[in-house]
Design a protein around this ligand. Sequence first.
Ligand code: ADP
Ligand code: ADP
Length: 222
Amino acid sequence: MVEVEHLVKTYGAQQAVDDISFRADKGEIVGFLGPNGAGKSTTMKMALGYVPPTAGTVRVAGFDVREQPLEVRRRVGYLPEHNPLYLDMYVHEYLEFIGGVHGLRGRELRQRVAWLVQRVGLTREQNKQIGALSKGYRQRVGLAEALVHDPEVLILDEPTTGLDPNQISEIRDLIRELGENKTVIFSTHILPEVAALCSRAVIISRGRLVADAPVAELAARA
Ligand code: ADP
Ligand code: ADP
């Protein structure tokens, strides 16, 4: 579903991403593990077409992100690391706004928002202002936003960073459920996160891929 081949990104003299290749198939949750500054966000942004690669290709469902970025974005939901939310808006209102941006109107929009609210567990919070929600619930709003166009692929940048243990376990449960019929790629700098969620881990350090292996295999090596 997602094929990354020989991806490179250079900023001045710095190789932020240095020849990274991996693939993620449907029903897979792939953990993208590496310390801060390893190149995780840059790789994700290149996969979405937000950052142009210096070299290499990304294909989603066979579409090259540089040739057909809209075809790619239609299939990918993205949760950025620092998701800017409108804190004054009500959850329901915000998701209607996001649905509207994606071209949904009328009954279809109402149904989609109702589905999203239920899907990410925001039923009791939907009439609250986003600014009044805990970080964990704000992250659910971000996940709902990423799901609004019913994408086949989810790219989540550090989805549990800054959450408390309870919130982390709830967001993990959600990601696990979503991964059942989607392709999920999420980044983290915490190994247990990968162990808890993923079938496969792609480990990067200083822009280079250092391992791409089933989690069980990595655990056995450690
Ligand atoms: P991670 O997500 O793993 O923390 P990033 O992809 O954000 O890592 O960053 C990888 C490296 O690239 C870092 O050294 C970062 O400082 C650098 N970098 C990222 N974006 C830019 C940019 N727009 N301009 C210059 N350097 C950048
Ligand atoms: P139905 O299949 O009867 O339309 P659903 O509850 O499956 O009922 O869907 C209700 C609404 O939610 C529809 O507008 C549908 O397009 C939308 N929807 C269904 N699945 C997803 C999904 N994974 N992500 C986003 N929206 C979805």
